[in-house]
Design a protein around this ligand. Structure first.
Ligand code: HEC
Length: 151
C-alpha cells in the first residue's frame, strides 16, 4: 500500500468536522445553488434506484414500484431552478455546456420529465413489462443528459 499523502491525512483529520465530501471546495455561495441541486438529484436517485433494483432482482412488486414512481414524480422538478446563470462554480459536476448549450439541456430536461410521467402511468398499470420498458426509457434520459452535461 502506498504511503498516505499529506492531503489524504488532512482529509481524514477533517472528516468529523466537515461532514462534506473531501477534496472538494465548499459551496460558499449565499443560496448554495450547487448544493441544492445536488441534493435534489440525490432525492431523484433515491426514488429511482429501488425500481431498478427490484427489476434487476426479478422481484417486481407493483405497489412498491408505484410508490417509488410517485416519489420520482414529486421529486422531478427539484434540481432545475437551481441551475441559475451564476451557478457554474466548484464543486459543481455540471459541464460548461449546461450554460453554453442551454437549448439542448432544456431538450434533455423535457425528455426526462415526459419519461417520468410515462413511468408513473406504467406503474399505475401494474404491468411488469410496461413498467420495465418505462423504467429503461427513463434511465436512458438520465444517461443521455449526463453524457453531455455532467462531468
Ligand atoms: C437534463 C439533464 C439531466 C437529467 C435528465 C438528469 N440529470 Fe442527473 N445531473 C445532471 C447534472 C448537470 C448534474 C451535475 C449537478 C452539479 O453537480 O451541479 C447531475 C447530477 C446528478 C447526480 C449527482 C448528485 C451529487 O451529489 O453530485 C445524481 C445522483 C444524478 N444526477 C442522478 C440522476 C438520475 C437518477 C436521473 C434520472 C432519473 C438524472 N440524474 C437525470 C443533469 C441531469
Amino acid at each position: 500500500m502506498p504511503a498516505p499523502t499529506l492531503r489524504s491525512l488532512l482529509c481524514l483529520a477533517a472528516l468529523p468536522l466537515l461532514l462534506s465530501a473531501c477534496g472538494e471546495p465548499a459551496d460558499t455561495h449565499p443560496d448554495k445553488p450547487v448544493t441544492q441541486r445536488r441534493a435534489a438529484f440525490n432525492t431523484i436517485l433515491k426514488a429511482f434506484e429501488p425500481m431498478g433494483m427490484m427489476l434487476r432482482d426479478k422481484r417486481y412488486d407493483a405497489d412498491a414500484f408505484l410508490q417509488s414512481a410517485e416519489k420520482l414524480e414529486a421529486a422531478k422538478e427539484g434540481p432545475w431552478r437551481h441551475f441559475t446563470a451564476d451557478s457554474n462554480y466548484p464543486p459543481t459536476k455540471a459541464t460548461d455546456k449546461v450554460w453554453s448549450e442551454s437549448a439542448k439541456f432544456e431538450e434533455e430536461r423535457q425528455a426526462f420529465l415526459a419519461a417520468t410521467s410515462r413511468l408513473l402511468e406504467a406503474a399505475r398499470s401494474k404491468d411488469e413489462a410496461k413498467a420495465t420498458a418505462a423504467y429503461e426509457a427513463t434511465h436512458n434520459t438520465c444517461r443521455s443528459c449526463h453524457k453531455t452535461f455532467k462531468k
